[in-house]
Design a binder for this molecule. Sequence first.
Ligand code: SAM
Length: 286
Amino acid sequence: MANLGIPVNTIAVLQKYNFKFRQKFGQNFLIDTHVLDKIIAAARIEGEDCVLEIGPGIGTMTQYLAECAREVVAVEIDKALIPILEDTLSEYDNVTVINEDILKVDINHIVEERNGGKPIKIVANLPYYITTPIIMGLLESHVPLESITVMVQKEVADRMQVGPGTKEYGALSLAVQYYAKPEIVANVPPNCFMPRPNVGSAVIRLTRYAKPPVEVADEKYLFALIRASFNQRRKTLVNGLLNAGNLGVTKEDITAALTEMGLPATVRGEALTLEQFAQLSNLLIR
Ligand code: SAM
């Protein structure tokens, strides 16, 4: 089968099957071999790896993955793509395509069945309408995984990577950085896709930590605190936490904790590092 990273080959497959793009599934297929090479290099796939691909489309990246991994499991929601994938991946006996919604698949079961429960690598050109639920679901559910290397909207990649003092910094930055080390590995312009998306894209690699970089008494409480702090960006941290109403703290508790941390009572959530959120969470929960 011809390399689908070359635009004429993708066009030939789309015409052969009279495929109609479905915007509701975030379908923007990659048509750039350099970008595909970069994603594969960033994913650092080795011969024994089991890779989970989310949304294979017509199988462009799946072909690259199948060439270097032991096994590839690809989950695709659009049933119109299944016969196409059977065709474009017919040369590979190490690819399994599952016609399902990734948010409903039991990934733990896949890891158990395909990789004996050992950590897998996740690689995808993600459908942008569900980037955050996919990534947070993977990280929070503690699926055994080594890394997530994905194409996302540029702005979302920035949000995952930045620290305090930037306008992109928020709950997503902290949640991702609690579980993984983020590295943006490439910026990708719209003309690398068919059809072209309206936004710039970036490839980001998230390397999962064996142990989070901060220690907290209660993870759920930490994340409730973080969410509350960013719910009302222009409010002070004290007001944000009080307005959340689910943290079991008084104004005095919060100001005392902030004083102990050497922070002013007027500080905003967006100024705190992950370490400071962890410290605050441990002070408030006791
Ligand atoms: N990997 C292909 C490529 O790079 O050319 C396609 C990427 S396209 C941005 C996203 C793919 O995810 C589409 O094939 C789309 O149908 C699929 N998709 C969308 N929502 C999904 C979901 N909930 N579960 C699984 N696949 C989904």
